[in-house]
Design a protein around this ligand. Structure first.
Ligand SMILES: Cc1cc2nc3c(=O)[nH]c(=O)nc-3n(C[C@H](O)[C@H](O)[C@H](O)COP(=O)(O)OP(=O)(O)OC[C@H]3O[C@@H](n4cnc5c(N)ncnc54)[C@H](O)[C@@H]3O)c2cc1C
Length: 497
């Protein structure tokens, strides 16, 4: 009752603080914000569209005053339920903070607001011969703030690393409303790596209002290769073979037959519909190195039973192959109107066994499953018909338990960050009443110390827990370690009737 009163009071206060077009509070409008890309749902009491850091801070302070929880939201494409206001309260949308504040070609970095859509940033920096590497398959919609929240990866993070490897600095509104800047345009600022702590914390440690991102030069040459296989086992061996030969392509993506057929029925991307599995490989860099790597890739694929290895002959063919891969999730929608996506982590050597077990579970449960993998960034996804949510969750737990028994990591939905796997940390960035008291604002130094202590407290706690799906989350990648050395794989399972 007290919470309901507090929530109605906060709605009135938000209406006073912000112009009417920045606050939603009618049930009809709130319905659109009760879910993200995952299977859970919860309706907020209000949604605010912040336009500046100061507004975020004001809203956070108001929530604290009234002891109402709040949750940050970007585009809502997350697969781990991070943007669902599981305890109600205020949803703070950053989706209207869309300015690219600066592109600095000399220092190869850019400063952006959190609502900038991932793909737009790459398009804006291309004129300087630079690109922003982390490219989730959802990049046409997802935001840089959400990428930071989830430490997102994508096809091209195999060689170059995930979001944490490309985040230099953050402006953050802390849980008590204080605004701090961590890091900046120079890499490796002295002191504790608080940027590393914040990246992947899913909005639980603060709301990001500005991001300093690292840009890298666009490779002189790029070659895209499609290898066709008669079995997923051969395809997996080819990928493991490449890494074993220390060939680290810019991207390696795998798709199974169901995915290939879905893609071809939608976009005619050029994948052979009779193949059991395909591997899409991209090598980039200096011309001579790219020629040599492409030859080595061809050799390894053939050694591992590739039926055909095809080099994209021009930019149009390359773009079509990538458009097919990046549209894979949408294409699954042609097979069934309802499906559910789940991510997880699979060590390379365990992939064939994991796939075999997935097939078994598919047969037992009667769900069709399509597999799409990023090699190297470490995620694995399973979608289920919305109408069968309970069965879907049971399925997910079983599949997760199996992947753990095979030595794979926890299912991860778009994220490798751990706090979100426990309900206590899911979705609500800060919930002042009873369990947590917001820290008192002091100096930046003290705040940083608090964050560091918090990190120390959370890590062992996280490691000791059995998580939501019956297994533990994967370890996060160190910021200085490229993704490919993590030894993990990323796969997406699309489950449909
Ligand atoms: C079709 C599809 C394909 C996908 N492919 C990939 C993929 O290849 N790789 C991958 O990693 N993920 C993938 N995802 C998952 C998802 O798109 C990513 O996790 C993405 O980074 C989420 O961004 P968003 O803007 O939608 O964030 P949201 O879903 O809105 O939020 C995600 C989390 O970040 C927090 N957050 C949002 N903004 C901020 C902020 N400003 N400050 C602090 N916290 C914030 C939220 O509270 C939440 O916890 C995919 C999802 C879909 C639907």
């Amino acid at each position: 009752m007290a919470v309901a009163v507090a929530e109605s009071v906060i709605v009135e206060e938000l209406k006073r603080l912000l112009p009417p077009e920045q606050v939603l509070w009618r049930d009809y409008d709130l319905m659109l914000y009760e879910y993200d890309g995952s299977i859970d749902k919860h309706r907020p009491s209000a949604v605010v569209f912040a336009l500046s850091t100061e507004q975020v801070s004001q809203v956070v302070k108001a929530c604290n005053n009234h002891q109402v929880p709040y949750t940050a939201r970007g585009a809502g494409t997350g697969l781990s339920g991070g943007a669902i206001p599981i305890n109600g309260g205020v949803l703070i949308s950053l989706a209207r903070m869309t300015r690219i504040l600066d592109i600095d070609p000399e220092n190869m970095c850019a400063i952006v607001e959190p609502g900038v859509v991932n793909l737009r940033l790459g398009q804006a920096t291309a004129q300087f011969g630079l690109t922003y590497v982390p490219d989730p398959s959802s990049q046409k919609a997802c935001t840089i703030g959400g990428n930071v929240g989830e430490n997102s990866g994508g096809p091209h993070t195999l060689r170059y690393g995930v979001t944490t490897n490309h985040t230099l600095g953050l402006e953050v509104v802390l849980p008590d409303g204080e605004i701090v800047t961590l890091g900046g345009s120079a890499p490796d600022t002295p002191g504790y790596d608080l940027v590393g702590l914040l990246v992947g914390s899913e909005g639980t440690l603060g709301i990001v209002t500005k991001v300093w991102v690292r840009l890298v030069p666009i490779g002189e040459t790029v070659k895209t290769i499609l290898a066709v296989f008669g079995s997923m086992e051969d395809a997996s061996s080819a990928v493991a073979g490449m890494i074993a030969r220390r060939i680290i392509p810019a991207a390696i993506e795998m798709m199974d037959n169901l995915t290939i057929r879905a893609i071809e029925s939608r976009s005619k991307a050029g994948y052979p519909v009779d193949a059991e599995g395909v591997v899409l490989i991209e090598v980039d860099g200096l011309r001579e190195q790219v020629e040599a790597e492409a030859e080595a890739v061809d050799e390894v694929c053939r050694e591992n039973g590739a039926l055909k290895v095809r080099l994209a002959k021009d930019e149009a063919e390359r773009a079509a192959l990538w458009a097919g891969r990046k549209g894979a999730f949408a294409a699954i929608g042609r097979l069934t109107p309802d499906y559910y996506t789940v991510d997880g982590v699979v060590p390379r050597t365990k992939l064939p066994a994991t796939l075999a077990r997935i097939q078994e579970i598919s047969r037992e449960s009667g769900f069709r499953i399509a597999n799409v993998f990023h090699a190297g960034d470490g995620s694995k996804t399973r979608p289920i018909r919305a109408a069968c949510a309970t069965r879907a969750k049971c399925f997910q737990r079983r599949a997760a338990a199996s992947s753990c028994s095979l030595g794979a990591g926890a299912p991860r939905a778009g994220s490798r960050s751990w706090p979100n796997w426990h309900p206590r940390f899911r979705s609500t960035a800060w919930h002042p009443p009873s369990t947590c008291t917001p820290p008192r604002p002091t100096s930046l130094q003290k705040r940083c110390t608090q964050l560091t202590r918090l990190a120390r407290r959370l890590r062992p706690w996280a490691a000791a827990r059995t998580w939501r799906w019956g297994c533990r989350p994967s370890a996060s990648i160190s910021r200085s370690t490229p993704a490919h050395s993590s030894g993990s794989w990323s796969m997406s399972l699309l489950i449909s009737r």
